[in-house]
Write a protein that binds this ligand. Structure first.
Ligand SMILES: Cc1cc2nc3c(=O)[nH]c(=O)nc-3n(C[C@H](O)[C@H](O)[C@H](O)COP(=O)(O)OP(=O)(O)OC[C@H]3O[C@@H](n4cnc5c(N)ncnc54)[C@H](O)[C@@H]3O)c2cc1C
Length: 246
């Protein structure tokens, strides 16, 4: 089966991640190994034939065979995220096709160099696939996830990320809270700015390969800021989730 053909996935589980984010584990009749960072297209069809399609990044590692995890943030008045969030339960079927995308991808090889992942909100999803892939492949290249969220309850995959950082000294998790930090928080409490990015880049002996994903505004400011810190533009890959202007 071609990756561009639609297939009917069965929802194996629905996992709450945050009050506004759920992960859908989908069993695929025709599973194709993906590259960490790729996405699937999901298509909903109403009884009257009306269809809506949206892209969702794969959260799971390519090593997790037969299944993909999609993590969806509920968008206010969102047509597709709203339906998935409210209307989908284990056993339901969803039409998907993929994996898609060949640019925003990372391979965990023994030669992998330093890696900086920058996420805003649900932009952490494809970066989580990279981190899970890295972990499953047993690669220990110096890696930082800089993850911007509004409040502590918005951290997606929090327990898994903290466990990953505790178990692997080559991986650092840096959270920044833009609206409300946890009590006693000594880390970053602001949007990504030049000083913050400079501090993060200075943790690497050589400029890292960078992947940035999230709303347009965060992606723009992080990419511009990293270039200003001396990271070559060619070492930065970006993926934008939100509507223009966000
Ligand atoms: C390559 C790619 C990968 C993606 N991966 C994921 C993923 O892993 N998880 C995920 O949750 N989303 C992801 N998205 C976003 C996703 O495709 C949808 O755009 C999102 O779920 C909103 O769709 P909707 O039908 O619910 O909202 P719509 O009905 O399309 O929009 C409702 C309103 O919300 C606004 N809006 C749309 N998207 C956003 C947004 N992201 N943030 C804020 N406002 C928005 C619209 O302008 C509109 O006003 C990805 C997008 C791309 C391009």
């Amino acid at each position: 089966m071609s990756r561009l053909e639609w297939q009917l996935a069965t929802v194996a589980a629905v996992l709450p991640e945050t009050p506004r984010v759920k992960t859908f584990l989908l069993n695929l009749p025709s599973w194709t190994p993906h590259r960490a960072g790729q996405h699937y297209t999901l298509r909903l069809t109403a009884p009257d034939g009306y269809q809506a399609q949206r892209s969702y990044s794969i959260a799971s590692a390519p090593e997790q065979t037969g299944q993909i995890a999609l993590t969806v943030e509920l968008i206010d008045e969102g047509e597709v995220s709203g339906y998935l969030f409210e209307g989908i339960a284990p056993g339901d079927q969803l039409e998907v096709r993929g994996p898609i995308g060949g640019y925003f991808v990372w391979e965990a090889t023994p030669q992998a160099g330093p890696l900086l992942l920058v996420a805003g909100g649900s932009g952490v999803v494809p970066l989580m696939a990279m981190l899970r892939h890295r972990q499953r492949a047993g690669v220990h290249n110096p890696t930082v996830l800089l993850y911007s969220v509004r409040t502590p309850e918005d951290v997606i995959y929090g327990p898994e990320l903290h466990a990953m950082a505790s178990a692997d000294s080559s991986f650092t998790l840096l959270l920044t809270f833009t609206r409300q930090a946890p009590a006693g928080w000594a880390g970053y409490q602001r949007r990504l700015d030049a000083a913050l990015l400079a501090e993060v880049v200075s943790r690497f002996p050589t400029p890292p390969q960078c992947f940035i994903c999230g709303p347009n505004g965060l992606v723009e400011s992080a990419a511009t800021g990293l270039v200003a810190q001396g990271v070559p533009a060619g070492a930065i890959r970006t993926e934008r989730f939100g509507p223009s202007g966000s």
